[in-house]
Design a protein around this ligand. Sequence first.
Ligand SMILES: CC(C)(COP(=O)(O)OP(=O)(O)OC[C@H]1O[C@@H](n2cnc3c(N)ncnc32)[C@H](O)[C@@H]1OP(=O)(O)O)[C@@H](O)C(=O)NCCC(=O)NCCS
Length: 333
Amino acid sequence: MRLREWDPAAAPAEEIAAWLELYNAVGAHDLPNDPPWVNDHLREYLVETMPGERRTCWVAQEADGRMLGFAGLLVLSDLGVLELYVRPDARGNGVGRALLAAVADRASVEHFSSLGVEAVGGTPAAAFYERYGFTHVYTEMRSILPLSHVDWKHVEEMAAGLVSGYVVQVHVGSLPEALLPAYAEAKQVRRADPVGDMDVRPIAYDADRLRASLHCLNVRGLRPYIVVAIHERTGVVAGLTELVVPAQHPTRADQYDTIIVPAHNSYGLARAIKARMLLELRDRQPQLREVQTWHATDRVQLQQVNKELGFQADREWREYEVDVDELVARLAA
Ligand SMILES: CC(C)(COP(=O)(O)OP(=O)(O)OC[C@H]1O[C@@H](n2cnc3c(N)ncnc32)[C@H](O)[C@@H]1OP(=O)(O)O)[C@@H](O)C(=O)NCCC(=O)NCCS
């Protein structure tokens, strides 16, 4: 086995295809109901990051080039987020440990204090990270909505139930320049959410950051769909819901944030905009079969809306963290 740093920007197309084969072998084993990925915008997906972020990758390979494992370290200011996969038929031979050691050494050299990682419930990942001293800090639940089960008449009623005083807008790919400041202000609300969720959440939202974020999504092949509720009298963004249709798995969309600004709570806005999102997807993305979403287990209101739309809880996504010095010491022991 050979372990080396891997640069997907410069990698030949065969190596991108080998990464895909590895990723799909892992997926077929650990998440058999997830759609396999396709080779569309894969290089861009692996290479592109938000301004100020960077990703370093490693691969473990056999002599014939077959990829046994992959590790990625995404750096967001001083936080490192780890990603690690070993193909099922190569597990239990130290490949995971060797990749983790490469990431830990780099994190140590670059003086990060801690590393975070997401472990999918029902896979060997949790036991592996616990073995190396990672602690469980936060849990999100993934839910999936099979579109074939949707009661479209009910969804149409939900979307039509928008209270007066608000208008809904749908934006695909980008947001109008004039809307960016108001949208950024609504996004700020999410920063006040309970801590523990280390996912890629920037320090602050502003128009520049949003523009860059939407650009990054598009380049990575993640087509953004955004539905906003505007409060007519003030022009503020009262609620928003964001989703992407990834080129890599175009039959399953990823639902991102849904935010209702507190002053506009209790008017059923989340219900109306999420329902409207589904109607847009039905019309504009006919290949779509499912929508998946992740939410904190304590976001009760949002869970109710998801349940009404037909989302079904699937698996836990558990966040782990470790102190880099402790990790290096354990790996050396
Ligand atoms: C977790 C993972 C990286 C481990 O890789 P691996 O190559 O099998 O790990 P290693 O052989 O290097 O094992 C390292 C240590 O972890 C332990 N370990 C690994 N898998 C374990 C398991 N399922 N249960 C308990 N301990 C485990 C090993 O016993 C070993 O400990 P030791 O050093 O005391 O012997 C691998 O199973 C994997 O890729 N999982 C991906 C899961 C995932 O995220 N799937 C969804 C994404 S699509």
